[in-house]
Design a protein around this ligand. Structure first.
Ligand SMILES: C[S@@+](CC[C@H](N)C(=O)[O-])C[C@H]1O[C@@H](n2cnc3c(N)ncnc32)[C@H](O)[C@@H]1O
Length: 281
């Protein structure tokens, strides 16, 4: 069991962490994540002024409303992402937007595990470019995550230069400002791109989803992998209700839903549409 000179992390501590994060957020941690859990939570234990994991976990369980719960969740999420990750989805988005764009209709997209913002900003850039080429139209882009740290980072829209190395020079010029002085080495999305997005905190395993309307495209990429199969099925069923009849669901490269739901049919590389669009309310 992972240990250092200051904090003991027992099997029982790990099992408590595993159960608590599963109940709050749906993330399934197996024993191979013991070291990761220790490394990420030890800082939280220390900064709470407590002497042991057991005390820290007791404190959380004893106060369901404490703000420390959010820090616990933020510490255990994995936020790996990048601009135009799995780039084929942005080609699909572009094509779908061109096909579905109708006068007077708002093209709506939801990035449902938006992490530090690279995914929803890549969506915004793609749509702004389509709209520029096709002169006008409107879209609404919403982005959510459970982790408040990444949502705050995303809303700022500031990134280190290395994060945009793979973005084309043309898009960089068009949609990013280069930092100067104390911001040298950084870039920021231009205000038009930042203003195109609405960020909000949303837990995909919440039993009742708020009415967020229906979308032309939902990005749900590289988040289902953290959940068990029953949680994945529930989320997929709820997402189906959030799609317009012609809507698309885009998943991450290793997320296979074939045996989980019959609500969708594949229509491209990790792209799905509704199996029964005629039943959509
Ligand atoms: C690996 S990132 C994926 C980011 C982006 N979608 C991509 O593919 O590049 C997974 C994100 O899912 C979020 N997440 C984990 N559990 C969640 C939940 N129950 N509800 C909403 N977001 C969750 C994490 O905070 C994290 O930012």
């Amino acid at each position: 069991m992972a240990q250092d000179t200051e904090l003991k992390f027992t099997h029982s501590d790990f099992r408590r962490v595993r159960d608590m994060i599963y109940q709050r957020v749906g993330i399934s941690l197996n024993e191979s994540k013991t070291h990761m859990a220790y490394a990420r939570l030890a800082k939280r234990v220390r900064s709470s002024g407590l002497r042991s994991f057991a005390d820290y976990l007791d404190m959380l369980e004893g106060d369901q409303q404490t703000a420390e719960w959010q820090s616990f969740i933020n510490a255990l999420t994995t936020n790996l992402t990048s601009f135009f990750r799995e780039s084929h989805h942005f080609d699909i988005l572009r094509e779908h937007a061109c096909m579905q764009k109708k006068p007077g209709e708002i093209f709506r997209v939801w990035s449902s595990a938006s992490s530090t913002g690279e995914e929803p900003y890549s969506i915004a850039i793609t749509l702004l470019d389509v709209w520029r080429e096709m002169s006008g139209g409107s879209f609404e882009l919403v982005a959510s995550d459970i982790d408040t740290n990444v949502l705050n980072h995303a809303a700022l829209g500031v990134y280190n230069q290395e994060r945009v190395e793979k973005v084309s020079p043309q898009l960089l010029r068009r949609y990013f400002d280069k930092g100067a002085g104390t911001n040298a080495g950084k870039v920021r999305l231009k205000k038009t791109v930042r203003d195109a997005l609405i960020f909000f905190q949303f837990n995909l395993i919440a039993p009742n989803w708020p009415d967020i309307g229906q979308f032309d495209v939902i990005f749900c990429r590289n988040v289902l992998i953290y959940f068990d199969k029953s949680t994945q099925s529930e989320i997929l069923a709820k997402m189906a209700k959030c799609l317009k009849p012609n809507g698309l669901l885009l998943l991450g490269h290793s997320e296979n839903i074939v045996h989980l739901t019959d609500a969708y049919v594949a229509c491209g590389r990790t792209a799905y549409k509704l199996a029964h669009p005629e039943l959509q309310e």
